[in-house]
Design a protein around this ligand. Structure first.
Ligand code: SF4
Length: 484
């Protein structure tokens, strides 16, 4: 088979299209080789774009590969092999129909984990079972935080709030547990037997050697024993071609953090993996970041990330900054902090060359990703009044002035794709709501939600976001006038 030789993602994606076309015009390797499995509630999809669907608990009793190879995915694979377009992949078909950009189908299929399994995909066809090479799982929804845009099926702290106080009084009640139960998204309680977690561990010895990327999310994965079971397994079964990552709030109790860093620094020192990456979720700086992610200790997070980067020589960090309206006043400060971490941890040493010029050595270890929050709509960037768009523009200017190409050290600075991603999120913000009424509804829901959030969490929006206070007071007045 012809292999993709390009490392630039866009060129690689262009290269893969004729190879996919040889199989069919709607072929996508992610449908076979990429899997997201929610072990908490028995849902899956491939890739992350199509809607989640249910895994049959009976099917996984004797065949743990049924966690990934569901009848629904097999039906979609069959359609793809015939050149038909399964509906769940509409986001790709829409992009392709516009003909301006490459869809995720091309990007995903050109990535190394997809290339690795190409022959096996052909041999498996639509009826057989296959092990994914890219897998994301969450074992548990236990979490010590209850972030403003999260929900009770993903955070046990949120579940406690809703169990005690009921859903939030937005125009349509928000975060009702009954709703999540009705659509089959509510997790199996920890005290009950979970057939999906049981099947995962049965599958693991067979699955592990095939994986190229394995990511654990949550809840908070550092509060779950299964995460440590995986890391301990790696110690005994090293794989120099496997990349493991976790998504954490980096604000967990000390004993959990210490155990994590002890284990990962050992994995790092004895090169038991190709790479280990810590994804850190944080959406702003200081007190404002703590407000958005209720329960977060920002200083603890920053110290913990420093501690991880110091104790591991090659451990990687990606900050996941989910841009929402409340991120904007402090997002530039966060980027400045990230740049400072790069200065400390990316550059290993310096030396003067024969001409007295300073030369730097190192590797990129600290990254950032800035997706825009889409849901709930009343917390999205679209709610941000136009007068405050300058926060985003100033941050963008700062990133552009500090690329890793412009600086004397190429190990410090933002990469072009990181800047593009931030720009795309700002474009999303500036598109605004489809109608004026959508905007008014979002402003009203914002007021209704955060007044209740302040009461339940003992917080104070108007003190924490002084800059937004007059606007939100006006939104409240408008909402009252409209309803009276
Ligand atoms: S076609 Fe697109 S949406 Fe469907 S699995 Fe592939 S990348 Fe995902």
């Amino acid at each position: 088979m012809k292999k993709i030789t390009e490392i630039d993602p866009q060129t690689a994606a262009q290269q893969v299209l004729p190879m996919l076309d040889e199989i069919s015009p709607s072929m996508c390797m992610a449908k076979w080789l990429w899997s997201s499995i929610h072990l908490t509630n028995g849902l899956t999809n491939s890739c992350f774009l199509p809607p989640l669907h249910k895994i049959d608990p009976k099917a996984v009793e004797n065949n743990p590969r049924a966690l990934h190879n569901t009848p629904e995915k097999k039906a979609q694979r069959k359609m793809m092999l015939k050149g038909e377009q399964p509906e769940g992949c509409n986001s790709c078909w829409k992009v392709e129909a516009q003909g301006k950009q490459l869809s995720d189908r091309a990007y995903r299929s050109s990535e190394p984990w997809a290339q690795q399994g190409w022959e096996e995909v052909i041999a498996t066809g639509s009826e057989g079972d296959i092990d994914p090479t890219y897998l994301e799982v969450n074992f548990n929804h236990a979490c010590n935080l209850a972030c403003s845009y999260c929900s009770p099926h993903l955070s046990s702290k949120w579940a406690e709030d809703i169990e005690q106080n009921g859903p939030y009084p937005t125009k349509v009640p928000h975060n009702s547990i009954e709703y999540f139960k009705s659509i089959g998204h509510y997790p199996i309680p920890n005290r009950e037997h979970n057939p999906y977690v049981e099947a995962f561990w049965k599958w693991w010895p067979e699955l592990y050697p095939k994986l190229k990327h394995f990511r654990m999310t949550g809840g908070e994965p550092l509060m779950d024993k299964n995460t440590f079971r995986v890391l301990d397994y790696v110690l005994d079964h090293p794989r120099d071609d496997l990349n493991i990552s976790i998504t954490s709030n980096a604000s967990v109790p000390k004993k959990n953090w210490d155990r994590f860093v002890d284990t990962v620094s050992f994995i790092d020192e004895y090169k038991k993996l190709e790479s280990f990456r810590l994804y850190v979720s944080v959406d702003g700086w200081g007190e404002q970041a703590e407000y958005m992610r209720d329960g977060l200790d920002f200083e603890l997070l920053w110290n913990n990330v420093n501690n991880y980067l110091t104790r591991t020589k090659d451990g990687l960090v990606t900050f996941i900054v989910t841009l929402n309206m409340l991120s904007m006043p402090s997002v530039k400060k966060l980027m400045q902090g990230i740049l400072e971490l790069q200065r400390i941890h990316n550059v290993k040493k310096t030396r003067r060359d024969d001409n007295g010029k300073l030369t730097y050595y190192g590797n990129h270890r600290v990254f950032v990703d800035t997706p825009a929050l889409h849901y709930p709509a009343w917390q999205s960037l679209k709610v941000l009044p136009e007068e405050f768009w300058h926060y985003g523009d100033e941050c963008l200017e700062f990133m552009k002035a500090n690329t890793d190409k412009q600086r004397e050290s190429r190990w410090v600075g933002f990469k072009p794709h990181q800047i593009k991603r931030f720009e795309r999120s700002l474009d999303f913000m500036k598109q605004g709501f489809p109608t004026e009424q959508d905007k008014i509804n979002a402003q009203e829901n914002f007021v209704r939600f955060f007044e209740e959030y302040d009461k339940r969490r003992n917080l104070n929006f108007h003190k924490t976001f002084v800059e937004f206070s007059p606007y939100v007071k006006r939104w409240k007045k408008n909402a009252i006038l409209t309803s009276s």
